[in-house]
Design a protein around this ligand. Structure first.
Ligand code: UDP
Length: 331
């Protein structure tokens, strides 16, 4: 059985769906603080906080766990700048708690949700895994701490891990069974789609004075289904005896905030108001992955990650979430 922490959340729920579709048994462990029980449509759910060592021990005692995929974490860069301790506690200390329980129960395969935020302001683009780790926000710092912990444990007692450094996870399940649903929402595409349906008055671009061609930040958007596929490949890699390793998980193409807004206008056919605001603290100007390592070593291909497919699937899910009776779902 594969244990998925944070399996009720955005990325975890897509991985949970894929693993079950491929015939794996999964156990979702989630405290449901930022997600809903209804997102766990496959496998089994146990509500538990990763801070709760006894609760975790109980889970490892009860279920036959072969590997852990660890998604449970706070993910907002801006919130991490305001509340760094909250990020260090939940993202780092609670992960150490989980790793300690894994060690106690001899479970030694671990797939970790890391992030491009570990690199900070890139010294070169596209970013390779060998790029120095110099995070510029506490969110990125919390993930670097975990990666260092994993490295140490791999040397100390043979933990086998894969750390996947996500670039911008986006898009949604094409069947609209699950999808992105943060409260409050901070991510660009769902916020733009909120502007498109009139749920908010406009979308604000956080800074137009970055050193990029149109002055807005460039990010590497990768579809959540492709992310999910990478987890399956990483699991199979560890099962086949692969050594602990770190991989970038991005499409390898960058789009600016303005380009994403244009794509959303084109897909939705709606012209909404766009405002220019101040830069957001903690945002590097460009993050684009060199994803050759995961392509070569794990055979991963980002087949769903065109910007049009990302926005299309996000738009369908957004309509379902906000207007359950929209004609898209009744045709
Ligand atoms: N962004 C923006 N307006 C918003 C939300 C985000 O201009 O209302 C920008 C943000 O500054 C970043 C990009 O969109 O450059 C992607 O932000 P997001 O929060 O989606 O992901 P992040 O890159 O922080 O992981």
């Amino acid at each position: 059985m594969i244990l998925i922490t944070g399996g009720a959340g955005y990325i975890g729920s897509h991985v949970n769906k894929l693993l079950n579709n491929k015939g794996y048994n999964t156990l979702v462990v989630d405290n449901l603080c930022e997600s809903k029980e209804s997102s766990v449509k496959w496998g089994k759910l146990v509500k538990c906080d990763l801070e709760d060592r006894e609760g975790l021990e109980d889970i490892f005692n009860t279920y036959d766990i072969s590997a852990v995929m660890h998604f449970a974490a706070f993910t907002s860069v801006s919130e991490s700048v305001k509340c760094p301790e909250k990020y260090m506690h939940n993202n780092y200390e609670n992960t150490v708690n989980l790793l300690n329980v894994m060690q106690e129960y001899d479970v030694n395969k671990f797939i970790f949700s890391s992030t491009a935020a570990v690199y900070g302001t890139p010294e070169s683009i596209p970013i390779k895994e060998s790029h120095p780790l110099k995070p510029i926000n506490p969110y990125g710092e919390s993930k670097v701490h975990v990666e260092k912990e994993l490295e140490k444990r791999s040397e100390d007692y043979g933990l086998h891990y894969v750390s996947l450094r996500y670039f911008n996870a986006s898009g949604d399940d094409p069947d609209c069974e699950i999808g992105e649903q943060h409260n409050p929402e901070t991510h660009l595409i769902p916020l733009i789609l909120d502007a498109a349906i009139g749920k908010r008055d406009n979308i604000t671009i956080f800074g137009t004075d970055y050193p990029t061609p149109d002055g807005t930040c460039i990010r590497d958007y990768v579809h959540v289904e492709d992310l999910a596929q990478a987890h399956l490949l990483a699991y199979e890699y560890l099962e086949d005896g692969g050594c602990s390793d770190v991989f970038n998980l991005g499409h390898g193409t960058g789009f600016s905030v303005k380009q994403v807004i244009e794509e959303c206008m084109s897909v939705t056919g709606i012209k909404f108001e766009v405002e220019v605001g101040e830069r957001r603290a903690g945002d590097p100007s460009i993050l684009v992955a060199d994803s050759s390592k995961i392509r070569e070593k794990l055979g991963w291909r980002p087949v769903n990650s065109s910007l049009t497919n990302i926005v299309n699937t996000a738009w369908r899910w957004h309509l379902k979430l906000n207007f359950k009776n929209h004609h898209y779902f009744n045709d």
